[in-house]
Design a protein around this ligand. Sequence first.
Ligand SMILES: Cc1cc2nc3c(=O)[nH]c(=O)nc-3n(C[C@H](O)[C@H](O)[C@H](O)COP(=O)(O)OP(=O)(O)OC[C@H]3O[C@@H](n4cnc5c(N)ncnc54)[C@H](O)[C@@H]3O)c2cc1C
Length: 322
Amino acid sequence: MSDAVPAGTVDVVVIGGGAAGLNGALMLARSRRSVVVVDSGTPRNAPAEAMHGFLVLDGMSPLEILERGREQVRQYGGRVVTGEVVEAAPAAPVAGDLRFTVALADGRTITARRVLVATGLRDVLPDVPGLAEHWGRGVVHCPYCHGWEVRDEALGVLATGPASVHHALLFRQLTDDLVYFTRGIALDAEARERLAARGIRVVDTPVEEVVAGDGGVAGLRLADGSFVARSVLAVVTRMQARAEGLDGLRLPVEDLPDGLGRRFVSGMAGTTEVPGVWVAGNATDLAAQVGASAAAGALAGAHINAQLVTADTDAALLRAAA
Ligand SMILES: Cc1cc2nc3c(=O)[nH]c(=O)nc-3n(C[C@H](O)[C@H](O)[C@H](O)COP(=O)(O)OP(=O)(O)OC[C@H]3O[C@@H](n4cnc5c(N)ncnc54)[C@H](O)[C@@H]3O)c2cc1C
């Protein structure tokens, strides 16, 4: 395995080597495109023991999936390098064809004809002391990812916004022992009725901290000094597309309603308003799970190849006419 970046211009640089980036690179490498994936090694689901809800791979460790993905990209000649992109920007076109330069934190640079951004997203957790250390295990967000694993447990939903009510109802499908902590976030009479109808207890007393115990979550300490035992907590996170180092690409972003997050705007097959730049996975689709992210990456990879085929043919025509 080599971490060397190619000296000349490559067809495509993929920024981010999670499910989206690797599947995009796989399509490109199999199309005999020179492709380099730059990955800083912090995929979103790294804290989770296993990945669930994706056929065939269900139950496999997220890191093993990525390791196998990297091997498959390399098998077709694609390169996967460890590094952090700190700058990416368009460069002067060459013979009418687009160029981009991408700089890594360690000083290496890559020149590419096209860019696929697959940097994923960052989950911003509510500021509750003791919560973050349990993220991905005792503190979860996704009923489809780990809901089955926490079924029938004593579960607490920590409200973070209007979406938390529906979130609670989703987790109610998995356990009948559920407490909803409002944390000062307004809950109208209709929502209270809906929660009550499903046997969900509502606690309005402010939450002071998450109390750990036995290697996991023991419960919540409230502002009045009382303790509510809970083995699992669920939160709707604020989902922020990871944009560090990408300012130079000037990709349009969009805020979701109710403070749910921010994504890169994309169109068909991950195209963006910036010619030559595609985006796939959680960076543009905040709700995408591993399967959807991989599929989006594959589609973007195929679309990039199709566009390069057209560019290559146009260039050949010009040469033939010269
Ligand atoms: C705790 C948890 C558990 C989950 N469990 C499941 C599950 O069971 N099933 C499921 O389907 N989904 C699950 N998900 C969702 C899953 O993590 C995402 O759907 C998936 O990771 C999205 O893939 P991606 O390729 O878009 O982003 P990521 O997997 O996050 O990959 C993005 C990659 O880009 C890299 N990167 C970012 N910025 C840069 C940069 N500037 N330079 C270089 N590299 C960069 C990162 O290091 C990272 O490796 C879970 C999420 C969480 C938080």
